[in-house]
Design a protein around this ligand. Structure first.
Ligand code: BGC
Length: 453
């Protein structure tokens, strides 16, 4: 009997991802305005250990060195995000050429090394000046975003072949507007649906701007976490449907179907507005691809005390959990891709993030740091991805999260997701064993995964 082969289709796009606030440092350099993350991180009590993005991986100054790391992996693509307030310090109006210049130099450096840039316009760092005007609660946010998007398309679309409007709008609203653990730190069930809706209006307006000014591909990136019921009880099944609608459909539905799933009204009650029907013309714009960020699954149970979903996740016995408390469950990746295709049709898909935080020491000894748990996570998820392709999912590429250990938002530097270890005291980068595996995967286009099927 021949063993299964994990060789990927020719031309499969292998990449790695990062985001601006998590790696760049120098947040106010060269005339940049503050973002809401700059403010949040400098508010006492918001960040683990008082960490901030003031230096982070110092990528703003070391980007050339970091492109060398990408080159060593053999990456075909690099997904990064643009800090809006570097380019438009007040979010709208005044343009800061020096801020744009950083991204222009980064793009040139990537192209020079044969790495295709994939730029995300918004990975959570809203300009603080726009937050002062209501941020995502203000309906004008869609137009502010389109104005910024247009500036970026005009400047870089000649060299950037792939764009995304937003990264994970669910996290922005759940963390930033409903539960408050992320910037801007609000806690309101009345605000969260409005922010969510305006984010999707903004994404639509950004895509419209792209059709007028861009020539390549644009999409949007969602985090999808499949939900499995804890039992067959009616209560658990309904709780699972609510959790699924809230996290996995609240953003993809208006973008791809032009409507909201009915469970949202059930969850939010009087806090769920009657959105104008007109808005869905804006939210539902044709996309060239969708990016899916996959990390874990949830097993869901009804809980009358859980606000506002009346649903909680149940920890599974005898399973491996990462340092962020996420179950390692690669089957969920295959299931997610099949579900997405079934619900939204045969849109080209990318896994735009996938990775794991496991403990690594702050200082790496030796030339390669052994990280068996992360290496295993990577291997298993790539095999699961291959199974999805074999089942007919139109998957074009994969971006590992993350190129470097970085600032894990309000968890600071306490969680390490990198293929490269970063010593935050010296900025020394050291490859981990997972980076070595990933380089072999890229080189063999997946065939190396056969060895441990
Ligand atoms: C985000 C990243 C984050 C990662 C790990 C995603 O939610 O897009 O910025 O670091 O997951 O939590």
């Amino acid at each position: 009997m021949t063993r299964p082969s994990f060789r990927f289709p020719d031309g499969f796009h292998w990449g790695a991802a990062t985001s601006a606030y998590q790696i760049e440092g120098s947040p106010l350099a060269d005339g940049a305005g503050p973002s809401i993350w700059q403010r949040f991180a400098h508010t006492p009590g918001m960040m683990v250990n008082g960490d901030t993005g003031d230096v982070a991986c110092d990528h703003y100054r070391r980007y050339r060195e970091d492109v060398q790391l990408m080159k060593a992996l053999g990456l075909k693509g690099y997904r990064f995000s643009i800090n809006w307030a570097r380019v438009l310090p007040e979010g709208s109006g005044r343009f800061n050429p020096k801020g744009l210049d950083f991204y222009s130099r980064l793009v040139d450096e990537l192209l020079e090394h044969g790495i295709a840039p994939n730029a995300t316009l918004f990975h959570w760092d809203l300009p603080a000046a726009l937050d002062d005007r209501g941020g995502w609660l203000n309906r004008d946010s869609a137009y502010w975003f389109a104005e910024y998007a247009e500036v970026m398309f005009k400047a870089l679309d000649d060299r950037v072949p792939r764009w995304s409007t937003l990264n994970e709008p669910w996290v922005v609203t759940d963390g930033g507007y409903l539960h408050g653990a992320l910037a801007p730190g609000h806690r309101s069930k009345y605000e969260a649906p409005i922010a969510a809706h305006n984010l999707m209006r903004a994404s639509g307006a950004g895509i419209q701007a792209y059709r007028a000014h861009g020539k390549h591909e644009i999409g949007v990136v969602f985090n999808i976490e499949p939900k499995y019921p804890h039992s067959d009880s009616a209560g658990d099944l309904a709780a699972t449907a609510r959790a699924h609608a809230y996290m996995n459909q609240q953003f993809a539905d208006p973008a791809l179907l032009g409507s909201y799933p009915p469970e949202l009204k059930e969850i939010f009650g009087d806090a769920w507005p009657d959105f104008p029907a007109e808005d869905f013309k804006l939210t539902k714009q044709p996309v060239d691809f969708v990016g899916i960020n996959y990390y874990t699954r949830a097993v869901v149970k009804h809980d009358a005390n859980a606000y506002p979903l009346h649903a909680v996740s149940v920890r599974q016995p005898n399973r491996t959990y990462t340092e962020t408390g996420w179950e390692v469950f690669e089957q969920g990746l295959t299931d997610t891709l099949s579900w997405f295709k079934g619900r939204y049709g045969d849109i080209p898909l990318y896994i735009t993030e996938n990775g794991s935080a496991f403990y690594d020491p702050p200082v790496a000894e030796g030339e390669v740091l052994d990280d068996p748990l992360r290496t295993n996570y990577l291997r298993k998820h790539l095999q699961a991805l291959h199974r999805a392709i074999a089942a007919g999912v139109n998957l074009k590429g994969y971006y590992a999260w993350s190129l470097l250990d970085n600032l894990e938002w309000s968890l600071g530097f306490s969680k390490r997701f990198g293929l490269y270890h970063v010593d935050f005291a010296t900025q020394q980068r050291t490859p981990k064993a997972s980076a070595k595996l990933y380089a072999q995967v890229i080189e063999s286009n997946g065939a190396v995964l056969d060895e441990d099927a």
